[in-house]
Write a new protein. Structure first.
Length: 466
């Protein structure tokens, strides 16, 4: 079968592939855009957007539940689980429809192909089309944005007992779990735990590490652990999961070894959230010279070029931090290099992220442990959120603001665990991007009483890092 020839082929409609298709088409290139599943990839369909929509419902229930603290008497809220799910589904469908319109109607020059792509040669692909048949394509430029799927550990009985991942949970959830066991206490486990707890589900998190979010400094993860346990989430940490089984009545039992001995944890549903696996195994990469790392991620250089000339890897599939804003920045780097002679690379770019619990945990750049590991001298100031005027007025006094300052008085990083933590962290990021010294933030006139006013006070307790 003769191959259809294009200027560029993009595999995967994720957070890099989609804007890249628009940019290349706008520059007059003929683009084949291949997606095997839903447009928008994980962010739109089973990642950021649907989880934050569900978290918003859970947070509203919590606000109603706690309104009495502000003098507003409200009855215990009734969670209409079906309506909560329907709202999330509607938002997701709207995003998918809007993407479809943009790709097929707004932008000329994009040929959308629904199917699973596989390399047959370094610049040739075969697509197993949704609905049957196949198509062969070729192009001098190929962009791989195939993302990841949920990793599933090899645990006795797990496959036979039935489990959920965030991918399947968010696509197929119809009934409210009675007791959700969550394997993995990092971004996904933590966000889902608070969400389900506030919607009225009993929740247990199991993690093999002694701490939640174990990449964070201990004095950052511990307040998060306290917050969750105080709100009713059970934490089983330092736990080696040995076996999963499902009884005749449908109850799941997860058997774990902990430092205190064996425990059998029972629940109605099990969510596996132990990280992600790259979508590379069926890409036919053996027909190219593209290399993979030990975990199956595509090896790409700081310009996102793979070892096959003209083939790029963008987003989660190339390994490293897995965030929508990083995938989107990969797009910007490749777009600028190809269309605007841009020279920027992935080297040294800032790495902000937010855990969307309430309060949020916002993080930018170095933690204390990372500064120590890199031998970077730092001073640190940590302020309880209860010292922020706005926090006192709204009653949201939980958490802290922590900033690291270098020898040149410029910021090295921040961890902000309080109401509006993500937004406050973003202000610190802007100050870092602008190269501001901390004294400039201390002396800046900021409207009173905004949350950002904490930028004036955050450095009050600066002391040398240990
Ligand atoms: C539950 C959850 C919550 C998250 N929350 C956040 C958050 O709050 N903030 C944040 O920044 N990040 C979040 N993330 C991470 C974020 O979703 C990803 O980092 C981001 O979507 C980047 O994805 P991507 O561009 O690499 O590809 P993806 O969005 O994963 O898209 C890849 C696409 O490629 C398609 N594909 C795969 N193989 C083929 C093939 N062979 N042929 C054709 N198509 C193929 C897939 O169907 C998919 O549509 C979350 C992730 C999860 C799972
Ligand atoms: N707000 C956000 O930005 C956000 C939200 C959700 C997900 N994400 C992205 O999604 C990716 C995946 O998130 P994640 O939380 O699944 O993965 P993760 O890699 O961040 O954490 C995996 C967790 O599972 C634990 N674990 C691993 N194997 C285990 C086992 N056998 N038993 C018990 N625990 C085990 C680890 O100790 C770790 O705590 C992240 O890299 C993140 O970037 C981001």
């Amino acid at each position: 079968m003769p191959a259809d020839s294009f200027d560029a082929i993009i595999i995967g409609a994720g957070q890099a592939g989609t804007p890249l298709s628009y940019a290349l088409a706008a520059a007059g290139r003929r683009v084949a855009f291949i997606e095997s599943d839903f447009l928008g990839g994980s962010c739109i369909n089973y990642g950021c957007a649907p989880t934050k929509a569900l978290l918003a419902s859970a947070q509203r229930a919590h606000l109603v539940r706690t309104a009495g603290a502000l003098g507003i008497e409200a009855p215990e809220p009734v969670v209409n689980f079906g309506a909560v799910i329907e709202r999330m589904q509607t938002l997701r469908q709207h995003s998918r429809d809007s993407l479809h319109r943009k790709i097929t109607e707004v932008h000329d020059g994009i040929t959308l192909i629904r199917g699973r792509a596989q390399f047959t040669a370094p610049h040739s692909l075969q697509v197993a089309l949704v609905g049957g048949g196949e198509q062969h394509l070729t192009a001098p430029l190929i962009f791989i944005n195939t993302g990841t799927c949920a990793a599933v550990p090899d645990i006795e009985g797990l496959a036979d007992s039935g489990y959920l991942t965030s991918d399947s949970l968010l696509l197929n959830l119809t009934e409210q779990p009675e007791h959700l066991l969550i394997l993995g206490g990092s971004y996904i486990g933590v966000e889902f735990s608070q969400m389900f707890c506030r919607l009225g589900t009993r929740v247990t998190i199991i993690d093999k590490e002694p701490r939640l979010m174990s990449r964070e400094d201990p004095d950052v993860s511990h307040p998060l652990e306290e917050l969750l346990t105080e709100s009713g989430v059970e934490l089983v940490l330092n736990a080696n999961t040995r076996r999963v089984s499902r009884g005749a009545n449908g109850t799941l039992t997860v058997t774990v070894d902990t430092p205190d001995g064996e425990r059998r944890l029972r629940g109605s549903h099990l969510l596996v959230a132990v990280g992600r696996t790259p979508n590379t195994s069926d890409l036919g990469l053996e027909h190219t010279s593209i290399t993979l790392d030990e975990h199956g991620y595509i090896e790409a250089n700081e310009r996102l070029q793979t070892s096959t000339r003209g083939v790029y890897a963008l987003g989660d599939v190339k390994g490293g931090p897995q965030f929508t804003h990083i995938s989107y920045d990969d797009y910007r780097i490749v777009r600028d290099a190809l269309l605007h002679n841009g020279q920027r690379t992935t080297e040294g770019r800032p790495m902000p992220y937010v855990v969307f619990t309430e309060p949020q945990l916002g993080r930018i750049s170095l933690s204390k442990n990372q500064a120590k590991e890199k031998g970077i001298p730092y001073r640190v100031s940590r302020l309880p959120a209860s010292t922020i005027g706005r926090a006192v007025q709204t009653g949201e006094t939980e958490g802290f603001v922590e900033v690291l300052v270098g020898d040149d008085d410029r910021l090295l990083g921040a961890a902000v665990f309080c109401e509006q933590g993500g937004e406050i962290m973003t202000m610190f990021q802007l100050a870092m991007a602008g190269g501001l010294r901390y004294q400039e933030l201390e002396n800046m006139i900021l409207a009173h009483p905004v949350w950002g006013e904490v930028l004036n006070n955050a450095f009050q307790r600066l002391k040398p890092g240990e």
